[in-house]
Design a protein around this ligand. Sequence first.
Ligand SMILES: [Zn+2]
Length: 281
Amino acid sequence: MKNCLLCDGPLGSTLLTINEPDRFEAAVNITREGYERTWRKCARCGAAINVMASSDEAKLDALNEEYYEVDLGTGIEARYEKIMRLPPSESDNHQRVLRVLNFMEKWTNDGRALNVLDVGSGLGVFPARLLELAKPGQIASLLALEPDPIAFEHLNSLKKFSVQRRILDDTFDHGDFDLICLNKVMEHIRKPQNVISAIKDRLTDKGGVFYVEVPHQITIDRRPSTDNILGALHKHLYDVGSLSSFLANNGLIVLEAGFVKDPSGKLTCYAFASRSLDPWD
Ligand SMILES: [Zn+2]
């Protein structure tokens, strides 16, 4: 691979070289012998791209289906309960929900109830907290999409919001949404352009908002090379500039973008974007 997965620009400098397979790679029998994986900076958009042997990548693609089995085993409910019990100051999701609700209040300005889609809900802490912290009547409906069978069963068992077992693509047949969220998902998708296009198609014409969160590429400088964020399942890492240009290159208008250090210590990049700058009503 010589070109950027996000903008097709040429890859430039090597930011980090890793010579030790991570636990996901170990799970599919990728060994240390001759192993090399590098994070390289795109000379055009500035994103960091994970470059690995194509044979290793093929093995990992097969693993992606069983991600929650390797990552969480059977303890998904216990993990959900543990994260839900965190006090607000220690909860990444609490801070994320406040960021989203504050932005929507500023942006919508008319008290309209929101139809919300959460893509790749995982444990479901974000949609659960969103319902909990929203003002009465602020959320009209909430639909969660999750392709993983274990996570899907868990989300259904919460009985807090609607759930569909699927990814988001152009076969998703549904009405439009006022808010679509994609939290720590995009970095897992090798070529996320199709997902962004499907999201764009499902935003309401008048001011529908897309919220996206991805790991920040300064993780490469500030964390050890064994950090989860720098692992083989992540295809790209961003900064405010590369995230904004990716969204703009795919037909969205960036309304706000920023960098946060989450309470858990994760270094995160986020953006709010829309299809148009039309007034909300
Ligand atoms: Zn690029």
